[in-house]
Every structure is written in structure tokens, then in C-alpha cells.
Design a protein around this ligand. Structure first.
Ligand code: F6R
Length: 611
């Protein structure tokens, strides 16, 4: 979850590095640093705790000019946030930035100390720098030193390395953590994530696990850690840099909330077969035979993606009649779960890099299950592992709190259910055609909800901004939405919130309700409507401040709720893609009124690449 940028070329490296790091701020970080080959022939390091502005101040106070460098934003995993723990780490002639966790760090540290090394920081990364420096006999070039050192490391890493002795070169390597190379004209880049490089180049190469590369201004040479040459063509990334900017919104999160109609349109594009009432098989990536032969679907995910997976269970069971379970990836891993041939495992992950989801998916695949990835980041680790990937095409999501990636994930699990249902003859053609047609109209209805409810939701948020707790209730497909509404509020506004299956309210949470508690009841006109209204009445009877999210024009709900947020009438499976929108807006406005760091909430990182 740390950000890495590397540069070799003719520009001022420190400027390019800080600019690239700024585009990775969404990953979350507590300190930052750069190392640059200075004209003196030495690698010079500047580091600072806090935001990038602090690093810029350090660079203003002590400028370092050079054309080759590496930079890093750190999210603490080993050792608290501090300047000494910030990257780059230096040992002898070597400077290193690193993303990931070295598992055998304790043994390595003891061995290094016993050989006379002085370790200044609490990080595992500094050990990597020492290990590489130790390999630095005069005859060994930097890539050889890196290769030898990495063969002694266990764990996850993406690293970029400089050496005093080889000024025109950056060496990078990866295992489990993401690393992409950017190919320019007379300049080369590396980064932990695509947005860092978009202003400079669209031609990129994704490094695979167990590979390393040597970057000079004119060339990129990729090899395996064993030294075998690797040939790989660059891919062209068509995300524009503007897509990664705020486009006039106060926060990335708000921009991304309002991007959802466009994101959904992109996700649906080319996938809906409106004539046949079907989803194009080529888009899902599984064979017709796969669809018919699977005996069970297992959805694996974390956080918000887990909520999309929970909705996926409803879709797949109801449309395709396949037994379906949903697992938190962190609870699935290492448990010895019963899984194997006949199972379709669907790993749902925005980043495609979440370590728990990646490891759980790997375990399932090794046990013989078929693996389908639903991911947003093209070429990320989970898609690379999977037998097939059904991408969401939401574009880069910068706000740490996921919004547009959630709704596009919902669309993908719904399309998967539809596709399976058609092939298993459990979904009549007319019903499928109706759903496909309704999906095609959904972006427009999303727009209507966002534009139509924004001010109302902001007013409701203003009213409840001091509330210390909130409860979100939903049934059926709106239960995952209740969970998601609560998670969004917790994440960005730091308000304690619970999402509950409305039917569970009587079994405990009802005791929490008093006159200060906002209770959101998701009560669109679906098959659970009557029972949801029963829950709403129960909350009201305990003087809760009830906010209902209901179908447009529902006077019965208006009569019993303190506030009513309306969404257009749609087919039942489509409601979650609309009912979640006011909950995202509510969380956003509560956070904004409180003045929290909406796009980078405390303690959170966009991509969780540690356990
Ligand atoms: C919440 C949020 C996280 C992620 C979770 C999984 O807003 O974004 O809960 O959903 O960390 O991340 P991915 O989807 O990248 O695997």
C-alpha cells in the first residue's frame, strides 16, 4: 500500500518523483522521501514525516538535482511513522524503496547485526538495503547484487534500488506487490500504480512476480530473478490523466460518487446483448461448459467488495439456482476450507491486489477450483492469477472509500448471475431480456437519484452531523447495502454505525435505539417491503429519527418516516444500485461537515497489501 515512483531520464528527477507520488496519495501514507543521484556522484536522500508538502519543504531547504531517482510514500507496517523509518533506506552505496512485508525480517536482522551491520530504523526495508549492499563486491553490478539479495528474502515486495556506483540506472523487482514500468522517449519510469505515470507515458509493462528489470534512460531489460531474459510487449493504458483529477469537485470521493452513471455505462458497454436478452460470453471469459458444470459458487472478497459479493449471492442463487456462499477472504485463508473441482471461485477486488483476497484465491485455485476475478485494475495480481477476469470498467478510484467500484461490482455480479442463469436454463429468456433492458437504463436513473437527492441528503446529514451512532437496516438485496452504508459512514466520518439485516433488529440492536439515533431503513417496493415497513415502525416507536430510502411517490412511507429519500421504481434486482447512492452521499456530507480528511481517512489505505 506504499507508493513507489522511479525515474531515469533528462528531467529534474526530484520534481518528477514528487509529482508521481502526489498522484499516488490516494493510497494513504504517513511519510515520504526521495533518493536522487546527485552530480557529486553520491545518492542523496530527503525524507519527511507527514504530507508531501513536508517533503517539498525539505527539498526547498536542501535541494538535490539529478536525473535519476526513486521516491516513496510510506504507510507504516514495521515501525511507527517517523523520518528515520521513512523510505528511501540507505546502506553503504545502496538506496532502496519498498512496498510490502519481508516475512523473514527477524532472522535477517540478527544475521546482519552479527556480521557487524548497524541498523538505524525499525523497518524491514532497511534490511533489504543492507542485504543488497553486502552483495556489492567490486565485480558485481547492481542487478546481480539485487538478484542475490532477493533470493534470500521471503515475503512480499516491490522494490526500486539505486547505487552510488551506477549513476544511470534504477533496478526494480517484484514479488506479490504491484509494480508497473513506464516507457518514455529517452526516459523510463516505474511506479506501484498507473496514475503516477499517466502524465508521462501510456506505454506500460506490468512486472510479474519473480521478475526484475534494469531501467536506463534508453532501455528496459526484464529478467527473472534467476537471470532468464523476459520478452514482454508494452500495453497502452487509455486512462487520461484528467480522469485521475478532481474535475472541479471538492473531493475525489464526491467526484467518484457522481461518476457512477458514467462508470456503470462503461462497465455495461459491449456486454449486454439486448437482442438476445443475454450477456456476451466473450466478456465473462468462462466457457459455456463451465457455466453448466459448476456445482457451487464461492465469492471471496474484503470490505466493500465483500458487500458486493453478498449481493452476488442473491443474484446467482435467484437467477442461476447455483448454491452460492460468500467468504471474507481473510477468514477463508488457511482454514482448510472445503473447496475444489466443481467450484467456481469469484474473487471480487477493486484493486486486484488485496493480499487476503489474492492469497485466498490462490489457495482455492491450487485446490482445483476454477477462478474468476472481478477486478477494476487491469493486469493486477488477482486477474493475473485467475482463469478469467470480468473487469469492472470504473476507471481509477482515488478516494480511499470505494463508491463507483462498488456499484460497478454490483453490476458485474448481476451480469454473472444472468449469464449463468441463461446457460443453466434457470432464467427464462423474457425475464433475462427484461433485466438486460432495465440495466441499460440504469445509468440514467442513477444520475436522476444523484442529482435529485443531493441537496436533501446534504440537509439530512447537516441535521445528524452530531449523532454519535447510526443504524442502517435492509432486507434481501438491501441488506448488503445497509452494511455498505454503515461502512462508508464509519470510514470517512468516524461515526459509529451498524448495518443490520432488518429482520435481526429485534434480536439485539433495537436496544440501541433512542431519540438521538438516526435509523436508515431501506424500503423500496420490493418483495420485502411490508416487513421493512414493520421494522421502520418499530424504530419509530422507540423515537428513532427515521430516514427511509423508498420508491418514488410512496406516500405510505412518507407518512411514517421523518425523512424520505426517493429512488425511481426499478426491477427488484436493480434497487441496490440506486439505494446505495444516497447512503454514499450521506457519509460524504457528514464527513465533509465534520471536516475529516474525506479522501484519505485516518488509518486507512486504498489497497491493503498486508495481512
Ligand atoms: C471501503 C473500501 C475497502 C475495500 C477493501 C477491499 O470503502 O474501499 O473496504 O473494499 O479494502 O479492497 P479491494 O476491493 O481492492 O480488494
Amino acid at each position: 500500500m506504499c507508493g513507489i515512483v522511479g525515474y531515469v531520464g533528462e528531467e529534474d528527477a526530484a520534481r518528477v518523483l514528487v509529482d508521481g507520488l502526489r498522484r499516488l496519495e490516494y493510497r494513504g501514507y504517513d511519510s515520504a522521501g526521495v533518493a536522487v543521484h546527485a552530480p557529486s556522484g553520491r545518492v542523496e536522500v530527503r525524507r519527511a514525516v507527514g504530507k508531501l508538502r513536508e517533503l517539498e519543504r525539505a527539498l526547498e531547504a536542501a535541494p538535490v538535482h539529478g536525473k535519476v531517482g526513486i521516491g516513496h510514500t510510506r504507510w507504516a507496517t514495521h515501525g511507527r511513522p517517523s523520518e528515520v523509518n521513512a523510505h528511501p533506506h540507505v546502506a553503504g552505496h545502496i538506496a532502496v524503496v519498498h512496498n510490502g512485508i519481508i516475512e523473514n525480517h527477524l532472522a535477517l536482522k540478527q544475521a546482519l547485526i552479527s556480521r557487524g551491520a548497524t541498523i538505524a530504523s525499525d523497518t524491514d526495508t532497511e534490511l533489504v538495503a543492507h542485504m543488497i549492499a553486502e552483495e556489492g563486491a567490486e565485480d558485481a553490478d547492481l542487478e546481480t547484487c539485487v538478484r542475490r539479495a532477493l533470493n534470500k528474502l521471503e515475503g512480499a515486495y516491490a522494490i526500486a534500488v539505486l547505487s552510488d556506483r551506477e549513476p544511470g540506472k534504477v533496478v526494480v523487482a517484484k514479488s506479490s506487490s504491484p509494480l508497473v514500468l513506464g516507457l518514455g522517449e529517452g526516459e523510463m519510469f516505474c511506479a506501484s500504480d498507473i496514475p503516477a505515470l499517466l502524465p508521462y507515458t501510456r506505454r506500460m509493462i506490468f512486472l510479474e512476480d519473480g521478475e526484475m528489470a534494469v531501467l536506463t534512460a534508453q532501455s528496459v531489460e526484464i529478467t527473472t530473478l534467476a537471470g532468464e531474459p523476459v520478452e514482454r510487449d508494452p500495453v497502452t493504458i487509455d486512462w487520461s490523466p484528467v480522469m485521475a483529477e478532481k474535475a472541479g469537485y471538492k473531493h475525489f470521493m464526491l467526484k467518484e460518487i457522481f461518476e457512477q452513471p458514467r462508470a456503470l455505462e462503461d462497465t455495461l458497454r459491449g456486454r449486454l446483448d439486448r437482442e438476445a436478452g443475454d450477456i456476451h460470453s466473450s466478456e465473462i471469459g468462462l466457457s459455456e461448459e463451465d457455466a453448466r458444470s459448476i456445482q457451487r459458487v464461492v465469492l471471496l472478497a474484503c470490505g466493500t467488495s465483500h458487500h458486493a459479493a453478498l449481493a452476488g449471492r442473491y443474484y446467482i442463487e435467484s437467477l442461476a439456482r447455483v448454491p452460492t456462499v460468500v467468504e471474507l477472504a481473510s477468514e477463508f485463508r488457511g482454514r482448510g476450507a472445503v473447496i475444489g473441482e466443481g467450484d467456481l471461485v469469484v474473487a471480487v477486488s477493486q484493486s486486484g491486489e488485496t493480499l487476503d483476497t489474492l492469497m485466498a484465491a490462490r489457495e482455492a485455485k491450487q485446490a482445483g477450483a476454477k477462478l474468476l476475478a472481478i477486478a477494476n485494475v487491469i493486469g493486477s495480481a488477482i486477474p493475473r492469477l485467475a482463469d478469467a477476469t470480468f473487469y469492472t470498467h470504473a476507471g481509477p478510484e482515488i478516494g480511499v472509500a470505494s463508491t463507483k467500484c462498488f456499484t460497478t461490482q454490483l453490476a458485474n455480479v448481476l451480469m454473472l448471475g444472468l449469464w449463468l442463469g441463461r446457460r443453466r436454463n434457470t432464467l427464462p429468456e423474457e425475464r433475462a431480456a427484461e433485466l438486460v433492458e432495465a440495466l441499460a437504463h440504469l445509468p440514467q436513473q442513477m444520475e436522476q437519484v444523484l442529482v435529485g437527492t443531493r441537496q436533501l441528503v446534504a440537509n439530512i446529514a447537516r441535521h445528524h452531523v452530531e449523532a454519535r451512532d447510526a443504524l442502517f437496516l435492509g432486507r434481501g438485496l438491501n441488506f448488503p447495502i445497509a452494511l455498505e452504508g454503515a461502512l462508508k459512514l464509519k470510514e470517512i466520518s468516524y461515526v459509529h454505525a451498524e448495518g443490520y439485516a432488518a429482520g435481526e433488529m429485534k434480536h439485539g440492536p433495537i436496544a440501541l435505539i433512542d431519540g438521538h439515533m438516526p435509523v436508515f431503513v431501506l424500503a423500496p417496493r420490493d418483495s420485502s417491503f411490508e416487513r421493512s415497513i414493520g421494522n421502520l415502525e418499530e424504530a419509530r416507536a422507540r423515537e428513532a429519527q427515521v430516514v427511509a430510502v423508498a420508491t418514488e411517490g410512496d406516500e405510505a412511507v412518507r407518512a411514517v418516516a421523518d425523512d424520505l429519500i426517493e429512488v425511481p421504481a426499478v426491477l427488484e434486482p436493480l434497487y441496490p444500485l440506486l439505494t446505495v447512492l444516497p447512503l454514499q452521499l450521506y457519509a460524504y456530507y457528514v464527513a465533509d461537515f465534520k471536516g475529516t480528511d474525506v479522501d484519505q481517512p485516518r488509518n486507512l489505505a486504498k489497497t491493503v497489501t498486508v495481512e
